[in-house]
Design a protein around this ligand. Sequence first.
Ligand code: NAD
Ligand code: IPM
Ligand code: MN
Length: 349
Amino acid sequence: MRIAVIPGDGIGQEVVAAALPALDLVAEIFDLDATVEQFDWGADRWLRTGVGLPEGAVAQLRAEFDAVLLGALGDPRIPDMAHGRDILLGLRRGLDLCVNHRPLPLATGTIELFRENTQGLYAGVGGIVGPPDRPTVAIDECVYTRDTVQRFLRYSLGRIRDAGQRRVTLVHKANAVPHTGRLWRELYAAELAAFPELDGTDEYVDAFCYHLVRDPGRYQGVVAPNLFGDIISDIGAALLGGLGLAASASICPQARLALFEPVHGSAPDIAGTGVANPYATVLCLALMLDHLDHRAPADALRAALAAARAEGGTPDVGGHDTTGAFMTRVLAALRHQHHRTRPREVTAQ
Ligand code: NAD
Ligand code: IPM
Ligand code: MN
């Protein structure tokens, strides 16, 4: 496995540095060959050189890597997040990662949330009328193509079915935003026809958010356009117990190369204080191993996270651990499982 790592900004750098030893350890335990190459794309380089996503980066990632791990982007010195759009949205679009899987393992059952990841209000179509510092009109268009919505829905419905779920909900706002809303509903109905196992329904995003908070057990599979999916994922993270717990996989249905990133951002309010929660980033490593068909090490990481979480946690989830202290628990739990489940190999070493 060749893994490109983009720590990014703020706590992105902290959680990535903390999580990578878990990849090393799980690779050692399961005898996997994992090489990591780091890229310094982020705010410092942008401010120094004006370069966000360097020329040729997308082609290099496609040619040389199996997966990308990204910490987070965002820096108070760049209030409009221009570098973040260039790097993060540039990678999502450039690598055609139209599916963003953000699983929500809740006590009421897991919600498999799938967010479209490249178009909609993030398509980058728009502009202003008037002077840049005081425009009279500002436009961001919501753009969806038939091809992307269809590929997104076909792949996501397949994953929801494969996860053993029966109910699926399309989230939209077709009452107020009719053109893209109609396209989504038409393609949803057409794609659902190929999944007789799934019981499909749809809800307006406002009512969906209301029900999600009051009764998350109502949902199993969820498919959503880009911005709605973004907002729903932070509500979902709150239901999980914190943003530091939510992980995501950005996937192209037609390619193996995928990008893994926590749902949270660079958290400038806690950056540098050593208490960022690395849980979501370790969970990203598990999603990455799943995606590359290494199920046993992925399960080992998830089990180690659960064991560590049962013993402690960082302040955002009510604990007193530093980032490093929590990772010490995760690594100890990994070693402990290993000794328990593979005694013969340990003796032979
Ligand atoms: P945020 O997700 O960074 O933080 C929201 C709140 O959650 C903060 O109080 C923060 O301290 C807390 N939090 C987040 N992750 C945490 C963790 N791992 N451990 C403990 N606490 C955690 O959202 P924000 O403050 O709106 O955004 C900060 C910057 O990050 C902005 O520049 C934004 O554009 C960017 N951002 C980037 C990404 C990404 O790169 N994928 C995602 C979201 C936001
Ligand atoms: C996320 C983030 C990004 C998004 C931002 C930083 C552009 O909020 O990954 O959830 O909106 O997709
Ligand atoms: Mn978000």
